[in-house]
Design a binder for this molecule. Structure first.
Ligand code: ZN
Length: 322
């Protein structure tokens, strides 16, 4: 597919999602082997992934690095005790779980990111955000997650972006109380798959395209995309995830909402500009796993010069903490 496919290092990627977890062995952007398991409780989920990764190392496939992308919130600062952990997640059983530690015994660098930042990196390297230095990936699925890449690096800072929990302006007749256990009607509480199911009593994927709930969801996602446009000033915002995947009408509706919200204020964002800015994901279900491959590659190439990704080289920070 590109030079990386021929010359890239062999690496392991591990994507921990809210409903499924995937481990891949990859060279460049080519996935050589893959394990997919449901995300249940941490012990069995991580255990199954570690077992497969152990098999790849034992089979002398010589992976040079491991990249992990996890649902969050996660600790990304190697100087903190919560580095490599899922922290305050509402997902039962996963609060304060160390997801990097189980992969630290293979003698190669382990790099860690949020799942959405990893997907953003993949879309930037191989997908819809190619050529962009500043871009956003939004996943709309089990939750609403936002990965932001600025100047080529995933934004971390205080923790990492949590724009899926922004509250947005709503249509006047939309009074749904929302499903987020922390905030109720944040955007995740309004537009995620579980939120749509709670609003309608029907799984999102089973709803007709003309169901009235989509009008509200599109308007609310349009608010999120507008806010991200105004705050991040990205060159591209990519829409991925399982809710509405492949629905061109949803992307079009979100673009229309952004155009109405911006009202011509931002230079270059006429209809064509907004069509260029807001794009469907190009990598589909592979955005997540390929994202962890991108994260791993950044560690395999030059561990000391990949400031955009949290990289721990043996000895790992958690080993020295006692
Ligand atoms: Zn929330």
């Amino acid at each position: 597919m590109n030079d990386d496919a021929e010359t890239g290092p062999t690496v392991v990627g591990v994507e921990l999602g809210g409903t499924k977890a995937i481990a891949v062995l990859a060279r460049g952007d080519r996935i050589l082997d893959r394990l997919r398991v449901p995300t249940t409780e941490p012990g069995s989920t991580l255990g199954a992934l570690v077992e497969r990764v152990t098999g790849w190392f034992a089979a002398d496939r010589a992976p040079e690095a491991i990249g992990i992308g996890s649902f969050g919130p996660v600790g990304l600062d190697p100087g903190r005790d919560d580095y490599g952990h899922v922290t305050t997640t509402p997902k039962a059983g996963w609060s304060d779980v160390d997801v990097v530690g189980p992969f630290s015994g293979f003698g190669v660098p382990v790099a860690f990111e949020t799942d959405v930042a990893a997907a953003a990196l993949a879309e930037g390297r191989w997908g819809a955000s190619r050529g962009c230095t500043d871009h956003v990936y939004i996943t709309i699925g089990t939750g609403v997650g936002v990965g932001i890449v600025a100047g080529g690096r995933p934004v971390h800072g205080l923790v990492h972006p949590e724009a899926g929990h922004l509250r947005v302006r709503r249509r006047g007749d939309d009074t749904f109380s929302g499903t987020c256990p922390y905030h109720g009607d944040c955007i995740e509480g309004l537009a995620s798959g579980p939120a749509i199911a709670a609003r309608t009593g029907t799984p999102a994927e089973a709803l007709a395209p003309d169901h009235p709930v989509w009008r509200d969801v599109v308007a609310e996602l349009g608010e999120l995309v507008t806010s991200l446009t105004l705050t991040v000033s990205p060159q591209r915002i990519v829409l991925g995830g399982g809710v509405g995947a492949g629905r061109a009408d949803l992307v079009e509706g979100i673009r229309d909402a952004v155009a109405r919200n911006l009202a011509g204020y931002v230079a270059g964002l006429d209809d064509d500009g907004i069509a260029s800015l807001v794009r469907p994901a190009a990598l589909g279900h592979d955005a997540g796993p390929l994202g962890t491959v991108a994260v791993a590659q950044s560690a395999a190439h030059v561990p000391s010069a990949s400031p955009g990704v949290s990289v721990a080289v043996t000895p790992q920070p958690w080993e020295s903490r006692g």
